[in-house]
Design a protein around this ligand. Sequence first.
Ligand code: SF4
Ligand SMILES: [Zn+2]
Length: 318
Amino acid sequence: MSKNNEVIINTKWIVSKRGKKNAVDPNRPYFWLVEKERNVSGKIEDTAIIFLTNKECSFHCLMCDLWENTIDRSVPAGTIPDQIEWALEQIPEVKHLKLYNSGSFFDERAIPETDYERIASLISSFETVIVESHPKLINEKCIRFRDMLKPELQVAIGLETVHPEILQKLNKQMTLEDFSNSVSYLTQNGIRSRAFVLLRPPFLSESEGVYWAKRSIDFAFDAGVESCVVIPVRAGNGAMDVLMENGDFSLPNIHSLETVLGYGIELHAGRVFADVWDLSLFSSCKICFDQRVSKLTAMNLSQSLVDPVKCKCNETIP
Ligand code: SF4
Ligand SMILES: [Zn+2]
């Protein structure tokens, strides 16, 4: 662990390091896409993701950059269903849907409960709907939403890391017990959950980053999640850039992502995915980069190991 980990990290410090938000339209999602994902039953199917334009998350995690596409105030009731309705007119027909709102779906100030019924009706043709939430906002509202839905509800929760000191420094305002309790609550109510796990949060060396990502996957499955998503930590939100300049954070390497993904898949405890967004950030070798992206994508879709990529850069793995 970095010796310089005495920086006082709190909401005020994190927010003070930010740049400007992007200009977004509260009446439209700020992005949508369709990607392939292996589903629980092993089929590889298209999944649509709608990135809803919403109020900024009430938590201000150190590594989070989702605030960049948010607005400062709550959107009026009816706005989120309107955004979904508009997006569904653009998106090709698919069976699975992720509704990501740059925060917690179950945050009343983000999406009022009065919107649930219309949202449920708009998405009734899907087989699965996945929303994300902070553990502290998982409660009987999830059950009420589930009861209105025709698709199966799944909830994605950021575990981030089980390193006790680093989790605290991330300003997530969550304990491991909060995470376990939320997963248990969802499981008891028949709702599958998935955990977001960080690869190399700040203050860790590359090998520590790998070690703690593996322990975090172990913990998430022990708590009862059905799947894990490994996210290599990026800079770019202001606070992370300051830590990087001070030597308290370095981008993880794509080799480490391969290692952690392979470890998770080999557990055979549930699906494990690597986040493959913007992977060029994590590779300094142009020779093998495309092969490594293909390898990670193949592992995500097959949930099995793929032959190692042979390249000179393997000799310089950090
Ligand atoms: S809880 Fe999630 S959305 Fe909110 S600040 Fe933390 S990482 Fe970002
Ligand atoms: Zn290489």
